[in-house]
Design a protein around this ligand. Structure first.
Ligand code: BGC
Length: 281
């Protein structure tokens, strides 16, 4: 298990079919996809580089084992066209000079086993792109990738009951958790909402710019009512860069979470993997 400070130890990591992976300190389990060996000669806790890839901005921050920030959050404009090579180069550049042992990435699309499967707000070259392995080779570190709303949710939820997270940014993201367990790749954004439009068409950033804050807020209130009828969640979290534009009073079972949760979830992503590994053990 990756906890406490580590001195001259070797840890093998391998990735399971969900892309979450697990650690095996004896290195006895056969790797399923990719194996990494971390040799850490420094006497210091594990550090994680959290990366939040967005349609407009890409953000990074290094986290300690408790998920506390070790560095400032840094943001660069997502390169346009938002093709894999350019975006990976931007992440490698942001990672330069930072000390980290592993990497967590939130990607704005469906992700399975480290491979990006959809690309609504980024270039179509991302469809079926092996982001985890490609970035891992470039940074020489183990990399885990999940959907950006899933990662944001991991950084925001309480871990009790049915919790729904929606993210309001370039796109419209969603993540669902039952007692802290992620049900991955919920895609409400491309589901029909009203007047033949999807949630993303009515509430994504382009819609906010087109119709203005008042109308966007009216729509969001309707969306919350619709999602509550559908999911009957115990708590709804609203994240993403545009959550700051909410002007109406939220229902008692809804709250705004800071945008930084999108990066803080990078630590829970590895904890989730450890829980999974224990479950299989
Ligand atoms: C994508 C989701 C993503 C959301 C927020 C949507 O267009 O389909 O996967 O979570 O945007 O980035």
């Amino acid at each position: 298990m990756l906890a406490g400070s580590i001195k001259l130890c070797t840890i093998a990591l391998d990735t399971d079919e969900r892309g979450f992976g697990h650690q095996n300190s004896d290195a006895k389990l056969p790797p399923v996809r990719t194996a990494f060996v971390l040799d850490m000669a420094e006497d210091r806790p594990i550090q994680t580089l959290a990366v939040d890839i967005g349609g407009s901005g890409t953000k990074v921050m290094v986290l300690d084992e408790e998920g506390n920030p070790v560095t400032e959050r840094e943001r660069v404009e997502t390169p346009q066209p938002a093709k894999p090579e350019l975006m990976i180069a931007a992440i490698v550049e942001l990672a330069k000079g930072k000390t980290f042992d592993r990497v967590s990435v939130g990607f704005p699309g469906v992700v399975k086993a480290g491979v990006t499967k959809t690309a609504a707000n980024v270039d179509a070259e991302w469809i079926d792109f092996d982001l985890a392995n490609t970035l891992s080779q470039r940074l020489s570190k183990p990399v885990r990738v999940i959907n950006d709303a899933d990662m944001q949710g991991l950084g925001a939820i309480a871990g009790h009951g049915l919790e729904l997270v929606i993210t309001l940014g370039t796109g419209f993201g969603g993540a669902l958790f039952l007692d802290g367990k992620l049900i991955p790749n919920l895609e409400p954004g491309h589901h029909e909402f009203r007047k033949g439009d999807t949630y993303e068409e009515q509430l994504g950033n382009a819609a906010l710019e087109a119709v203005g804050k008042k109308k966007w807020n009216d729509r969001l209130q309707k969306a919350i009512a619709s999602l509550e009828h559908l999911f009957n969640y115990d708590m709804l979290y609203l994240g993403g860069g545009n959550a700051k534009h909410i002007t109406f009073e939220l229902p008692h079972n809804a709250k705004i979470v800071p945008n930084i949760s999108g990066l803080l979830g990078g630590i829970a992503l590895w904890r989730e993997a450890e829980v999974g590994a224990k479950g299989r053990g």
